[in-house]
Design a protein around this ligand. Structure first.
Ligand SMILES: [Zn+2]
Ligand SMILES: [Zn+2]
Length: 324
């Protein structure tokens, strides 16, 4: 696989390897007169370190040429190497406030998100064996994001990447606090994982983060699909041109899935875990199960908000839903 692709005089795509089926995450180097902006440096692994040493050499970029590290969102495959780069460059790491909050919930101190997520999954019907495996899986991620960076908060609004003016646009859903960076003059966008070609970005419900993530996702997709975009630079796969059409396709995909889940709940009450197995199948890895179940919950939450399903017993220890 070719790891480095120059897309313009100033924008270079670097494919950073991932030990997941996604295979790689796209990092972008944006050249400017004051140095390089590094977008989403990748998951921290030995392979990624090796890749970066050779990629920087090939691009003729020294660590001290990197002036800032900018993150579309806090997920480990994007944020993981930010601290490693900060140690070597001294550059600020820019992330949204909601993103920073989630890094603290997920990988700070006692990792409070682990207990919150296990509790959520238990209430939505996951069995004890599944929960025990999930607990180990959650703990395994800290190494992939260490050392963790000192974060400078990045807000919605104007931001300079290289020498060009971009608008940081908050696009929640795949991740709360996710930012896309839009160059209105060139009509290009760094869209992180908000809109991906070929892949449907995961939309997870996470405790204490966002009450209705799928609702937020669909409305931010609507908004962003209206922007004129000639070329979109995604977090995974290759840069592509049909950005608005892809956003519309993703809206359609979730509307279909909402209908499928609503139908499953017409015959008898089911837990989110049962809906998840019926929708995504039983043969999921722990990693896949985590995202499949969180995604199922996100769909059921939206169906409940829309009044299409309801919880059969508000006081029950285990939540079951039924179509209304
Ligand atoms: Zn992501
Ligand atoms: Zn990603």
């Amino acid at each position: 696989m070719k790891h480095i692709t120059a897309h313009s005089n100033t924008i270079t795509q670097v494919k950073v390897p991932l030990p997941f089926p996604l295979r790689w995450v796209n990092s972008y180097l944006v050249q400017g007169s004051a140095g390089y902006t590094l977008i989403d440096p990748g998951l921290h692994t030995a392979e990624a370190e090796e890749l970066w040493h050779s990629a920087l050499k090939e691009c003729g970029v020294a660590f001290e040429h990197i002036e800032q590290i900018v993150l579309t969102h806090h997920h480990p495959d994007h944020y993981g190497m930010a601290g490693w780069f900060q140690e070597r460059t001294g550059a600020p790491v820019l992330l949204s406030e909601t993103g920073l909050l989630q890094t603290q919930l997920l990988w700070g101190g006692e990792q409070p998100m682990t207990a919150l997520l296990l509790d959520l999954f238990a209430r939505h019907g996951m069995d004890a064996a599944g929960l025990a495996t999930m607990a180990k899986h959650m703990d395994g991620f800290v190494a992939f994001v260490s050392p963790q960076p000192q974060v400078t908060l990045l807000r919605e609004g104007p931001v300079r990447l290289g020498d060009r003016a971009y608008a940081a646009i908050e696009t929640p859903g795949h991740a709360a606090g996710h930012l896309c960076f839009y160059d209105a003059e060139a009509e290009t966008i760094f869209c992180g994982d908000h809109v991906l070609p070929q892949i449907s970005p995961n939309v997870s419900f996470l405790p204490q983060v966002e009450a209705n993530p799928l609702g937020a996702y669909l409305s931010s997709l609507q908004d962003i699909s209206r922007l004129p975009v000639k070329l979109a630079y995604p977090g995974h796969r290759e840069p592509w041109t049909a950005f608005g059409a892809r956003a519309a396709e993703l809206i359609q995909h979730h509307e279909e899935r909402l209908g499928i889940m609503e139908n499953q709940l017409k015959a008898k009450p089911l837990t989110a875990y049962e809906v998840c197995l019926a929708t995504f199948g039983e043969r999921l890895s722990t990693h896949q199960m985590r995202f499949a179940l969180s995604e199922t919950i996100a769909h059921l939450v939206l169906l409940e908000v829309e009044g299409r399903i309801r919880q059969t017993d508000q006081d029950a220890e285990i939540i079951r839903y039924l179509a209304t």
